[in-house]
Write a protein that binds this ligand. Structure first.
Ligand code: GDP
Ligand code: MN
Length: 387
């Protein structure tokens, strides 16, 4: 789950990472009150989960209440790259000598944590990576050993951060690493990390993505549910308690088990198609779950065919078949279903589907995963259904 800047800064605060004094506001009056509390001059910042807010007019300096009114009035409700601004963060403005970049992520392939540090911050790190890759220090950290202060210092030196900022940067790296590990982040990024004229180092922005798998040990994360940004499809899936991830293709996917769902994406890809989503309906594929899954997939306008790929284990074939038949009765689908049903009681399941007498323009049964994938992709790519 991605946090907004103001939430990320509050999260940083818990780990002792210095940020500017400020507060969040949903109205112009609240913005003025936050500015008065922080002290002028202030910066009014649009809270959207997308970079480049400054260029889009979403970050403005204000010297007094009138200017706060004017800027907050313009920024609240603004559209930045398709994201509507519902809140602004108002903080004490900072004098900046230099802007750096620092982040921790998990490098799954290397099975290690990855620090990225650069003396060229304030711009998108992808841009730095493209223009001047040597300006980014990449350092793998063994999660068992952790990050030592010497290593953090050395990384700052290697990134060509000036001597007077090295200790301050190293200190923040240590704290950001604790935030990343103890705070269960997938990403903890500061861009820019600034050096002020007085030599202090300070986080001017915060990008934090939390690892949802760790939610069980963070009851305090519940407050982020209220502000979480999901696309329509993901919102609907969440309401139905489904494990769903929206993708960009045209073949809707329903499978039981995360492993099978992932293999299904691969097979669709292998035969020249693109999946519209990942959806794992788990073990309990009854009519309610199937109807909910079909509803969510049907909501996606890009979907041209729906590949239901079920291998019955604990889930029995006839349950799945009943679910599909009932789901078809409840949901008026825009795209045909291609179903592959195998495993426990698959025969009984196929018979139920046959007996339901659903026309082949709506439901096609195929005996293997590969054949079903070919058929679903053929339809999605413009071929006629019912072959
Ligand atoms: P992003 O571009 O959407 O990631 O927004 P940031 O919060 O990173 O801000 C973008 C840029 O605005 C920074 O790199 C700074 O150059 C500038 N900026 C933001 N806050 C301040 C501030 O308090 N003082 C000054 N002088 N510049 C600021
Ligand atoms: Mn930034």
């Amino acid at each position: 789950m991605d946090l907004f800047e103001y939430q990320g800064k509050q999260y940083f605060g818990r780990f002792g990472i210095p940020v500017s004094a400020g507060g969040v506001a949903e109205t112009v009056d609240e913005a003025v009150a936050q500015a008065e509390a922080a002290g002028y001059p202030v910066v009014v910042k649009a809270q959207v989960q997308v970079g480049g807010r400054g260029k889009a007019g979403g970050i403005k300096l204000a010297n007094d209440a009138d200017e706060v009114r004017q800027h907050a009035g313009n920024i609240l409700g603004m559209d930045i790259k398709g994201h509507r601004v519902d809140r602004v963060w108002v903080e004490q403005a900072s004098d900046i000598d230099e802007e750096y970049y620092a982040s921790f992520t998990l490098d799954r392939a290397a099975k290690q944590h990855l620090l990225m540090l650069s003396a060229q911050g304030g711009v998108e790190i992808e841009e730095v990576a493209a223009k001047d890759p040597d300006a980014i220090v990449r350092l793998h950290i063994d999660p068992v050993d952790g990050l030592s202060r010497e290593t953090a210092r050395q990384a700052a030196v290697d990134a060509r951060i000036p001597e007077r900022a090295v200790d301050g940067v190293a200190d923040i790296l240590m704290k950001l690493y604790r935030c990343f590990v103890d705070g269960d982040c997938d990403l903890a990024e500061i861009n820019p990390l600034i050096l002020k004229p007085d030599g202090a180092v300070h986080a001017l922005d915060a990008k934090v993505s939390l690892d949802g798998n760790a939610a069980f040990r963070h009851p305090e994360w519940e407050e982020y549910d209220k502000t979480e940004v999901l696309d329509d499809r993901e919102q609907l899936a969440k309401e139905h308690d489904l494990q769903y991830i929206g993708l960009d293709g045209s073949v809707g996917i329903i499978a039981n088990g995360a492993g099978l769902a992932m293999s299904t994406l691969d097979v669709v890809n292998q035969v020249g198609g693109e999946a519209a989503n990942f959806l794992d309906i788990g073990g309990g594929a009854n009519a309610d779950v199937m109807a909910a899954a079909l509803t969510v997939i049907n909501h996606d306008e890009n979907v041209r065919s729906i590949f239901v790929n079920i291998f019955g284990g604990i889930t029995r074939g006839e349950e799945v078949a009943k679910g599909v038949v009932e789901g078809l009765r409840r949901v008026e689908l825009r795209a045909p279903i291609v179903i592959r049903l195998d495993g426990t009681n698959a025969e009984e399941g196929r018979q139920i589907i046959l007996d339901a007498g659903i026309p082949a323009s709506k439901l096609i049964s195929k005996p293997t995963m590969l054949e079903a994938a070919r058929e679903a992709v053929r339809i999605a790519n413009g071929g006629e259904g019912g072959a």
